[in-house]
Design a protein around this ligand. Structure first.
Ligand code: BTX
Length: 329
């Protein structure tokens, strides 16, 4: 840990108290002029530091800029995000997360980037990840449940995002099975779950979340302008990305623990409260056939349950669904 990181650590552990230069110099094993020099450096980076004679130093506010420190400051979790890697720019946080996981990064490691140059969606599609405008984040999980349950993590993540968008930003998103969050039929966020498994055991899961936060409409490439939206476009205001990430991590940790202890049933209920086009008729295509059916909800394991006009019920694990309203894939 660098001196600077230690300094921020000591100052942020007691946000309301002044810490004396003497104490800091002892704790960090540097001279008092060196402490003062580090404070000046912090201010250059956008930290607001208050220095009161005979009392000491206190951080008054953190920069808006994301960093490992700002993401962890005040983060109220037990394991999720206790290890955070933040990068200004990466090809894809998924790729970095896979590398980290293979180098034994712990359960709950979080990778965040300001920008992705090769953000990816499902089936090798591209995920547009504009610098500084969104949340481009991957979480490493090391669950002990069986590999076939891993798609449930996608649905769990979708319900967590829906819950946070609603509580934190006051919008009511809908979840398009299995992995997209929409408002007014436009895509606000996408989830990509990737699994590394051996026989009947999960080695790790990389859970990717892409969330459009402060995008103005013309920031999106033209071909997705009509199908993409952002929290800013839906609410008319900009949002602090760090605080939103922290809310997501805190909520995800709670819901994940519930899921591990109690199973999928609560996730199913939450999911159905946000389900897109639930009860409506859509066109469906699988390898075997194409037909129209009504969406009934999801099964106890997360599969999509539909019913055709003859009353025939089908349980779908993967299918192409024509959702209509121009939202494409
Ligand atoms: P998806 O395959 O369901 O959606 C991809 C499709 O969505 C694209 O083909 C395009 O039409 C549209 N699209 C692309 N970018 C955006 C955007 N910013 N907003 C709305 N629509 C868009 C969904 O895949 C899963 C995406 C996961 C992204 C995260 S970001 C962090 C992590 N790293 C990474 O590379 N991927 C994940």
């Amino acid at each position: 840990e660098s001196t600077r990181a230690k300094l921020i650590d000591v100052l942020s552990s007691n946000p309301d108290q002044y810490i004396s230069g003497q104490l800091l110099s002892e704790k960090l094993n540097i001279s008092r002029p060196a402490v003062w020099k580090h404070m000046k450096e912090l201010e250059k980076d956008g930290y607001e530091v208050e220095a009161v004679p005979r009392k000491g130093y206190r951080i008054v506010s953190y920069p808006d800029k994301l960093s490992t420190n700002t993401l962890q400051w005040g983060l109220d979790t037990d394991w999720l995000g206790q290890n955070v890697i933040h990068k200004p720019s990466v090809s894809s946080t998924q790729i970095l997360a896979h590398q980290q996981a293979q180098e034994d990064a712990p359960h709950g490691t979080v990778i965040v980037a300001d920008e992705q140059t090769k953000g990816r969606g499902r089936l090798n599609r591209t995920w547009h990840s504009q610098k500084g405008d969104g949340i481009w984040m991957s979480i490493i999980l090391r669950p002990t449940f069986e590999p076939h349950r891993s798609p449930q993590i996608t649905l769990l993540a979708a319900t967590v995002l829906a819950e946070v968008f609603k509580r934190h930003c006051g919008i009511k998103p809908q979840i398009k099975w299995p992995n997209d969050l929409l408002t007014d039929g436009k895509k606000l966020a996408g989830i990509l779950t990737e699994l590394q498994a051996e026989q009947d055991q999960i080695t790790y899961i990389v859970l990717g979340m892409g969330i459009n936060v402060n995008h103005d409409r013309d920031v999106f490439p033209e071909d997705i302008q009509n199908q993409a939206t952002s929290i800013k476009q839906e609410t008319g205001e900009s949002w602090a990305i760090g605080a939103l990430i922290q809310d997501i991590l805190q909520t995800f940790e709670k819901r994940y623990e519930e899921f591990i202890e109690e199973g999928f049933s609560k996730v199913k209920l939450r999911w159905e409260a946000f389900g897109y086009r639930l009860g409506e008729i859509v066109d469906i295509k699988t390898h075997q056939r194409s037909w129209s059916a009504r969406i009934l909800g999801i099964e106890h394991d997360g599969a999509l349950k539909v019913c055709d006009e003859d009353g025939q019920v089908d349980i779908l694990y993967s299918a192409e669904i024509q959702w209509g309203r121009g939202d494409g894939s």
